[in-house]
Design a protein around this ligand. Structure first.
Ligand SMILES: Cc1cc2nc3c(=O)[nH]c(=O)nc-3n(C[C@H](O)[C@H](O)[C@H](O)COP(=O)(O)OP(=O)(O)OC[C@H]3O[C@@H](n4cnc5c(N)ncnc54)[C@H](O)[C@@H]3O)c2cc1C
Length: 467
């Protein structure tokens, strides 16, 4: 593609453009507005004006979304008061696994403290965050506007704007690609003669199917959600979470040939085939509010923008556009928040004019936010034989065996559970699981099998009607 006609466009020094008004894009816009006088967010969807609503650009919103405590904290730092607004909108802040029935690959978790999670519809999250971000007058959204490419500067080394379908190019000193998992930025860069990033990919062929329900109240029910995890010898799982609007969302998952059905008739039958009947029992008396929605493109994919030897100034990629994860570990939104926080820390003391040239450093710092989530998702996925990707090395195999033992410990030992959930919520370093006291507690349970026969219900909560 020839970019010469755009080379003479005047580029205002104080304007940044963010592509995509998903979670990563909105939080990046919030942070960039601390340095740039104007930030334009370009979004291909027409955004709902009257309240939380589904939109095609975020199809994953029809599936359960868990926001881990670290994500809640970072978003609260960026947008003070947002947690209360989300709770007022009907989201719930729960303690996991205490408030959950949670069957791990080993056994049921006891009612232990672990980490907080925020549960609510993805539509509510996006609506509430967007409303808060747009309170800043420096930020404006151009919705219903598809980005179709990047504009290269006359020096051949910088990005100076974006191309829009059916409109003039939009000049900018700094462009952030946050268009999510369907990002076309690698092709846009090569069209301008720049390198495309290498990609590392692991695909465990996990399928998702989800359906909304109402569940009649039950005074004997002491849980507020449920997670029945699969494991390699029984790779079917499901999660049931409360949502705003007095709804519940049931999401079923399975790898390869165990992918859940996308038809309504088979939904409950699949729920019945999980390792425990608990989720099926919870749905038996429930009323479906929707048909079943499927999602299949769940591979972990890291586009290594941080490794580009020759990279254009004035351009970075964030969120799923840079690195996406198998969603079953619930990390994408927290990583998007951590990346926005890293962007903020990197540009905080910079002169606006210096930001474009620092793109390489900024990209490395924002990308670092993905590392732990990537390690968790890929090493867990590699336990499944159908996973495609670079094979596990020796260190990964040793860590997998150790983590199976950590899981056994975390099921019953509050100290191990605390550290395990600290890591899973991306609040603390994985090294905390390798400290001597944790190792001692974990290895002291070496006789307990890591994949015992599953009991139908945990000791602290029997089947319906037995309490
Ligand atoms: C099935 C599923 C379940 C998930 N569950 C969880 C979970 O439990 N917890 C969690 O933390 N994460 C979860 N995730 C991950 C989470 O959804 C993503 O990590 C998160 O949405 C990333 O945000 P983003 O802004 O990068 O991308 P998105 O939210 O996908 O937003 C991208 C935006 O870019 C827009 N766009 C795309 N192309 C263009 C273009 N050319 N021009 C203009 N706009 C464009 C889209 O319309 C969209 O608005 C899940 C993902 C899936 C698929």
């Amino acid at each position: 593609m020839d970019d010469t006609p755009d080379n003479h466009i005047e580029v205002p020094h104080d304007h940044a453009v963010v592509l995509g008004a998903g979670l990563a894009g909105l939080l990046a816009a919030r942070v960039l507005a601390e340095r740039f006088a104007r930030v334009t967010v370009v979004e291909r969807d027409e955004l709902p004006a009257d309240g939380p609503a589904f939109r095609p650009g975020v199809p994953q919103s029809r599936h359960a979304h868990v926001l881990w405590s670290r994500g809640v904290e970072v978003i609260e730092e960026l947008l003070p008061g947002i947690t209360d607004k989300l709770l007022a909108g009907g989201a719930a802040l729960l303690e996991s696994p205490k408030d959950f029935l949670w069957l791990s690959p080993a056994d049921w978790f006891g009612p232990l403290p672990g980490a907080r999670i925020l549960l609510g519809s993805r539509e509510l999250l996006d609506w509430t965050i967007r409303g808060e971000v747009l309170r800043d007058r420096r930020i404006r959204i151009r919705d219903g506007c598809l980005a179709t490419g990047l504009v290269g500067g006359p020096d051949g080394r910088s990005i100076t704007g974006v191309r829009l379908r059916g409109g003039d190019p939009l000049p900018a000193r700094f462009v952030v690609d946050a268009t999510g998992r369907t990002s076309k930025a690698p092709a846009w860069l090569t069209a301008l003669g720049h390198q495309a990033p290498e990609t590392t990919r692991y695909d465990s062929h996990l399928g998702y199917s989800s359906r909304y329900f109402t569940i009649p109240p039950d005074p004997a029910r002491r849980w507020h959600g449920m997670y029945v995890q699969g494991r390699p010898d029984s790779p079917r799982g499901g999660v049931l979470v409360p949502l705003d609007g007095d709804r519940w969302l049931a999401t079923l998952v399975g790898n390869g040939e165990h992918a859940p059905p996308t038809g309504d008739e088979e939904f409950l039958g699949f729920a019945r085939s999980l390792r425990s009947p608990a989720l099926y029992d919870a749905l038996r008396g429930a009323t479906p509010l929707s048909s079943t929605a499927g999602f299949r493109r769940t591979a972990n994919e890291w586009r290594h923008y941080e490794r580009l030897a020759r990279r254009p100034a004035g351009f970075i990629a964030l969120g799923d556009a840079a690195c996406r994860f198998n969603p079953v570990y619930g990390h994408g939104m927290t990583v998007a928040a951590l990346a926005a926080d890293a962007l903020r820390k990197e540009i905080r003391t910079m002169d606006t004019a210096a930001v474009p040239a620092a793109a390489g450093r900024i990209q490395r710092r924002t990308t670092a936010a993905s590392e732990v989530a990537w390690q968790i998702a890929t090493s867990e996925d590699l336990r499944y034989p159908e996973t495609e990707g670079p094979p596990a090395d020796r260190t990964t195999r040793v860590l997998q065996r150790y983590m199976s033992r950590v899981m056994v410990g975390a099921n019953t030992d509050p100290a191990v559970a605390g550290r395990f959930f600290g890591v899973l919520s991306l609040s603390t370093s994985p090294n905390t699981l390798l400290g001597p006291s944790t190792m001692f507690r974990v290895l002291s349970k070496w006789r307990t099998p890591t994949a015992p026969r599953t009991t139908a219900y945990p000791a602290h909560h029997g089947p319906p009607g037995t309490l």
